[in-house]
Design a protein around this ligand. Structure first.
Ligand SMILES: Cc1cc2nc3c(=O)[nH]c(=O)nc-3n(C[C@H](O)[C@H](O)[C@H](O)COP(=O)(O)O)c2cc1C
Length: 164
């Protein structure tokens, strides 16, 4: 018999709440708990089968609170995890793959990465773009949210296939 999946989404969303919209959609699709990284204790995470870490991208990487939380986690030995983010600028694999630092840290901790999702998020941070309404205005949009839900379904499928 397949074991039920206990999942949690751990996120930070400090700029416009962009990533929170994505986090809520993924949590709903997975039936997962949802918590900010600053409000989670590392030891709490060990009771989950699947953990999703996500945030906006700030200076080329995920939010510091996620990295700080990981520092307090023991070695995870194959525990399933996925990553998500929103960013002002599109990811360019060889130039600005902003998932790399978090991916590396998770692998060092023994996690198995079951998927990565990123989409654009409204960005008014660079003062030069602010008077023009910022970049990636209107994102994440309804298509991004649908894509996030589809991503969650693929992660769920991956999780149960690995159990068979
Ligand atoms: C301090 C700061 C630094 C940022 N650095 C980057 C960056 O390096 N690359 C990028 O594409 N977007 C960058 N952004 C834009 C955010 O990643 C984008 O707006 C994201 O959707 C914010 O998510 P949030 O609303 O969930 O915080 C930055 C935004 C802020 C406020």
């Amino acid at each position: 018999m397949l074991k039920a999946m206990k999942a949690i989404i751990v996120y930070e969303s400090i700029h416009h709440g962009n990533t929170e919209k994505v986090a809520r959609a993924i949590a709903e699709a997975l039936g997962a708990d949802l918590k900010k990284a600053s409000k989670v204790e590392a030891k709490e995470l060990t009771k989950y089968d699947l953990i999703g870490f996500g945030s906006g991208i700030y200076y080329g990487r995920h939010h510091k609170n996620i990295f700080d939380l990981l520092k307090h986690l023991p070695y995870q030995k194959g525990r399933k995890v996925f990553i998500f983010s929103t960013s002002g600028i599109r990811k360019l694999p060889l130039i600005n793959n902003f998932n790399k630092p978090l991916e590396k840290k998770l692998k060092e901790k023994g996690f198995e990465i079951a998927g990565i999702f990123d989409c654009r998020g409204w960005d008014t941070y660079p003062f030069i773009v602010k008077p023009f309404g910022g970049v990636s205005k209107g994102r994440p949009n309804s298509k991004d949210i649908e894509d996030a839900k589809e991503f969650a379904e693929r992660v769920k499928k991956h999780f149960f296939e690995k159990q068979l």
